[in-house]
Structure formats: structure tokens, C-alpha cells
Design a binder for this molecule. Structure first.
Ligand SMILES: C[S@@+](CC[C@H](N)C(=O)[O-])C[C@H]1O[C@@H](n2cnc3c(N)ncnc32)[C@H](O)[C@@H]1O
Length: 296
């Protein structure tokens, strides 16, 4: 089993995280193991990594990708929101650095069974952690139209949020919305053709993003992890975040700013973006934004 996910901004991560020999790093979103592998390669294995992911499928791939580093790598299925508990369980008081590569991996997006992508037909699941009971189909079945509209607007920044929610409510009265294709069809009917065809991104992108964030409580997890992670990294250790949309990036920026000059020092005064060359080779990198802070 190999990872089809191409890690984003690897050189920039190595530069800003600045991992050193004989240290311990936590990769809070180990995914297919791409960034962890780059760190291990750079330091010729003379580093320990604790890799966390909520998704057991991702961890299977990480295990295959990172297995050859033996005890240098520990992998745990956990939510990074619980970082302090995870470290305590491993007997670690502090680590030398922490890395977050937020959002989803290609492995998750391209698996139709996971229901994350409007490009493939599959069940409307969208759970990163499949032991959780709430799925996207549940939300679409159970939530009142007003609440759905609010989620589409807040978490998808969709201008047509209210209308899509009204169409969801109309549709579910006659036909359950169970698959990604069912939902794409509802969105297609709700957003006028003149708007749909002018968009640079697929017309279902924002609604899918909103549902995914809601199902996985993504923004709450990021904020909670940000609140504790600065206390878990030793002085002069670094924390790097890669985010993929403005809602994530805003939280990172806000939490960094609150602490800048007291408990941390922001190193990336201007957010770091991928090079044009990288975007050309890997279009999924285009929205990536890297921020780094040092604990003082
Ligand atoms: C962009 S991918 C990481 C890819 C990885 N850096 C690589 O190079 O292969 C993001 C990963 O973070 C995981 N994830 C998202 N939110 C999480 C959370 N709250 N706790 C733990 N893992 C999370 C996802 O399941 C996904 O595997």
C-alpha cells in the first residue's frame, strides 16, 4: 500500500519547522506520512516522530510508508484536539516541535466510499473518524432548513446557502438525499445556471466543504488544539500550520496574534504560499498557506 497524496510545501516545512537531530516532533496530521517521511529522510532517521491522525485508513498508509523507520516513529489514531492527553499517555511532557497539515488528504478525497468529493458517486459519509456516528447524510436528513442554510453560509461561504437549504428540504420530503450525486443534483437545481457556469470552482465545492467541516467539527478542533499546543512545545521549539481555506487560516492567524510577543514569536510575518512551480505540478497545493511560530 502506497500513498497517492503528494505532500505540500515540503521544502518550506523543513525550513520553517527546522527539525534537529535527537529531538521529538509531533506530526498532528500524519495522513499518508509524506511530511514525516521528509523530516526523517532529512535527519537520516536521527529523530523521533509521534504521528497522529483521526482516520484509521490514513494510519494504515502511514504505517506502510513509515514502517522502515521502526521505533523512530509512533503512530496513534487520535484527534489533535486531545494533544495534551495524547502526549501524557506517551509519557511526554513537551516535544521539540509540532506540525499540522490541515484538511483532507488525496487518499480520503479520492475514495468514493468516503463521500468527501462531488467528483465521485458514493454515500454521503464525510467522517474522518469512522467510529463517529454522525455523517453528512444524517445532517441533511435531520437538520431544519434554517440550520442547514446557516452551515452552508458560515462554513462554505456560499452566497446561495439559503436557497440550497430550501431545495434540500423540498427534495428530502420526496426522496432521501443519501449519495454525493443526489446532493450534487440538488445543488445544481438550486444555483441558477448563469451563476454555476461562471464560477471558477465546481458549483458544489462550497456546500461539500461546509458539510465536511460540520461533520468533523474541524474548526473547533483546530482552535482547541491551538490553545494547548504552545504549552506542549519546549522553548525555542517551532509550530507550523498549513491551512487550505480562509476559515482555517483565520483561526491560526488569530491564535498566533493573541500570543505574539508573550508566549510565542511569529516567524512568518507574511503567510508563506506555494511556488507557481509547485502549483503547476500539484494543483491541490494552490490554496495552501503556511504559518510558523516559535515558543519563547
Ligand atoms: C492534508 S492531510 C495530511 C497529509 C500528510 N501531511 C502527508 O504528507 O501525507 C490531513 C490529515 O489530517 C487528518 N486530520 C484532520 N483533522 C484531524 C484532527 N482533528 N485530528 C487528527 N487528524 C486530523 C486527516 O484525517 C488527514 O489524514
Amino acid at each position: 500500500m502506497t500513498s497517492s497524496h503528494i505532500p505540500v510545501m515540503v521544502q518550506e516545512v523543513l525550513c520553517w519547522l527546522h527539525p534537529e537531530e535527537n529531538s521529538v516532533y509531533v506530526d498532528c496530521t500524519v495522513g499518508g506520512g509524506g511530511h514525516s517521511k521528509a523530516i526523517l529522510e532529512k535527519l537520516k532517521g536521527k529523530i523521533n516522530i509521534l504521528g497522529i491522525d483521526r482516520d484509521e485508513e490514513a494510519l494504515k498508509i502511514a504505517r506502510a510508508e513509515l514502517g522502515r523507520y521502526g521505533e523512530q516513529v509512533m503512530l496513534r489514531q487520535r484527534n489533535f484536539r486531545d494533544l495534551s492527553v495524547v502526549l501524557a499517555e506517551e509519557g511526554m511532557e513537551k516535544v521539540d516541535g509540532a506540525f499540522y497539515d490541515l484538511g483532507l488528504s488525496t487518499i480520503q478525497l479520492d475514495d468514493p466510499r468516503r463521500g468527501f468529493s462531488f467528483r465521485y458517486d458514493g454515500p454521503l459519509d464525510m467522517r474522518m473518524d469512522r467510529s463517529q456516528s454522525l455523517t453528512a447524510a444524517h445532517l441533511l436528513r435531520q437538520l431544519p432548513g434554517e440550520e442547514l442554510g446557516d452551515i452552508f453560509f458560515r462554513l462554505g461561504q456560499e452566497r446561495w446557502a439559503k436557497r440550497v437549504a430550501q431545495f434540500v428540504v423540498q427534495e428530502r420530503r420526496v426522496h432521501p438525499i443519501e449519495t454525493t450525486s443526489d446532493l450534487v443534483e440538488v445543488i445544481r437545481k438550486a444555483i441558477p445556471a448563469r451563476v454555476r457556469t461562471k464560477r471558477k470552482i465546481h458549483f458544489a465545492t462550497k456546500i461539500f466543504q461546509a458539510l465536511r467541516i460540520q461533520v468533523n467539527h474541524e474548526l473547533e478542533n483546530i482552535r482547541e488544539s491551538l490553545i494547548c499546543c504552545f504549552d506542549l512545545v519546549r522553548r525555542q521549539g517551532r509550530i507550523c500550520f498549513i491551512s487550505y481555506h480562509s476559515l482555517e487560516d483565520r483561526i491560526v492567524k488569530e491564535e498566533f496574534k493573541k500570543r505574539d510577543g508573550t508566549t510565542i514569536r511569529i516567524l512568518t510575518k507574511k503567510v508563506i504560499k506555494p511556488s507557481q512551480e509547485e502549483i503547476r505540478k500539484n494543483p491541490r497545493a494552490r490554496s495552501a498557506r503556511l504559518r510558523t511560530a516559535e515558543v519563547v
